[in-house]
Design a binder for this molecule. Structure first.
Ligand SMILES: [Zn+2]
Ligand SMILES: [Zn+2]
Length: 371
């Protein structure tokens, strides 16, 4: 296949979580044009599962790609820039899909002993497709025994892959808090319940969570990125909304941070005589690499002549692949694509040559462990 052409086709049609209709039909069309003798295909919502039947299977090895784009206005200047105004494949999921298709094409004509399961998962960026997919009948009936996935990494050169045993991505959660008090005239504060003051106290009190509740040898982040409240300079605000994100290196710390947030919000309700609601939005479970599986992978990949393997540090970013690894042993790795602009940037320009590196690394891996 012409990987670059496929990647550019996909780059033009970014769609957000569970709306990947054109993407799904493009992928299905590609899959239907492959030799079908060993393939079995199922769809799940806007996702797809493709099983490549092994010759004499003792296990199933899963390979997952995400398929969604982001609501970002593209500024790459590419000739193949997004046709969907306001949307962009700014997280490399166009790369991930193309790599998955090239592997699928290869294994549709190259026999291996075990089953391979190619998983095209929607809604990685939100609201999160991994968790509902794991619970679906379509997935459960083909549940793999181990799983692998990759993500492009702008900061590494082409030919480099990076990963580590154990924790690779953090636990993450969105945070939305709505406060409702009583508005009124700025000169009559005693008749009101001011939600601008309440929100200010709330944000200030959050600062004690990481400083005073989290084990200093663990790590967590509570960031409020947006406060909205009030209507005019001389009117006391009836409502305020606080929006943020929580990150933690351990699942236990995530639970603890949320308990503290809930306690602080209760205190704000009492002290400012208001009502509050908390919504955690999208939550992602940590990506925890299986030590033995990733160790073997790193050692073998490093032997390939055009590939160098780096042991990296964990990142405070989230990935919903973590939900798969919570139930199924496996690992994830970074694929160097050498772009000055990072993930979720409007000018992310990953080097297409990296797709060949991924193909080499993954065929080497599957040929070894599925035989
Ligand atoms: Zn992303
Ligand atoms: Zn991504």
């Amino acid at each position: 296949m012409d990987r670059i052409a496929v990647r550019r086709d996909l780059h033009k049609i970014p769609e957000i979580g569970f709306k990947e209709f054109k993407t799904q039909s493009y992928l299905l069309q590609f899959i239907q044009n492959l030799p079908q003798d060993r393939l079995e295909v199922k769809t799940w919502k806007t996702g797809i599962l493709v099983k490549v039947k092994g010759q004499n299977p003792t296990k199933t090895i899963g390979y997952r790609t995400d398929i969604d784009g982001l609501p970002i206005v593209e500024e790459t200047g590419y000739t193949f820039q997004s046709d969907h105004e306001g949307y962009m494949h700014a997280c490399g999921h166009d790369f991930h899909m193309t790599i998955a298709l090239s592997l699928l094409e290869y294994y549709s004509t190259h026999e291996v002993k075990d089953h391979l399961l190619f998983i095209f998962q929607p809604a990685e960026e939100g609201p999160g497709g991994a968790l509902p997919m794991l619970d679906s009948e379509e997935f459960i009936s083909w549940k793999p025994d181990q799983m692998v996935a990759l993500h492009i990494a702008p900061e590494y050169p082409v030919g480099t892959i990076a990963t580590k045993p154990g924790l690779l991505f953090a636990n993450t959660s969105e945070l939305f808090i709505d406060l409702k008090g009583k508005g009124g005239h700025a000169a009559y504060p005693h008749h009101t319940r001011d939600m601008v003051v309440a929100a200010s106290h709330l944000v200030t009190q959050f600062q004690s969570i990481v400083a005073r509740n989290i084990d200093p040898l663990d790590s967590a982040v509570v960031t409020v990125g947006k406060i909205e409240g009030g209507t005019k300079q001389n009117i006391i605000a009836e409502k305020a909304r606080v929006e943020g994100t929580i990150r933690s290196l351990s699942a236990e710390s995530m639970t603890l941070v949320k308990q503290r947030i809930e306690a602080i919000v209760k205190g704000i309700e009492a002290s400012f005589e208001c009502s509050a609601s908390i919504d955690y939005g999208s939550n992602y479970f940590q990506v925890n690499n299986d030590t033995a599986l990733v160790g073997e992978f790193m050692e073998q990949a490093d032997k390939l002549s055009d590939v160098s393997v780096i042991e990296c540090r964990e990142a405070m970013t989230g990935e919903d692949f973590g939900y798969f690894l919570k139930e199924i042993p496996g690992f994830m790795f970074w694929l160097g694509v050498n772009s000055d602009s990072g993930l979720h940037s409007s000018s992310l320009m990953p080097d297409e040559a990296a797709m060949e590196t991924a193909f080499q690394v993954m065929t080497d891996y599957f040929n070894r462990i599925a035989n």
